[in-house]
Write a protein of this length. Sequence first.
Length: 162
Amino acid sequence: MKTLLRPAVVLLLAVCLLPLLNGCAALQQKKSAAPTFSLADMEVQGIKGLETIFRLHIRVINPDEAPLQLRGLTCTLKVNGKSFATGISDEHVAVPASGTATVPVLVYAGMFELVGPVIELIQNHAQPVKSLQYELTGTVRVGEQGGERIPFSLQGSLPPEK
């Protein structure tokens, strides 16, 4: 009877302990924290023919315990609710664990996109312009090959001199 009891006890312990071991493994595989984005700066890069080129500096904050490899970025900029500029960057930027980095991206605004907001500002010249509302949306490619894509969306205001 003793020889039959031991295998049964071992089997019972294995069945009871297996879910606990699986739970410990799940604790080891911690989900990575999502990065956050903000607009750090915007400057006029140049005016050519029918377009104006702006350089945006997008700050990426990596709250994760592992470095984040950025492999490129695409974005669209709206000002006061109207389409203003689009851009793309193939910059490879390493964001350290629990750190930040900025990604430069050139965005291109056609003259037709610029004219609308300028006319609107001229028409509202009686009211002082305090700020311009912007919305920046896009996708950043991450990982060794850039296969994973993380969308982002930012809203805020720009001082009128920008």
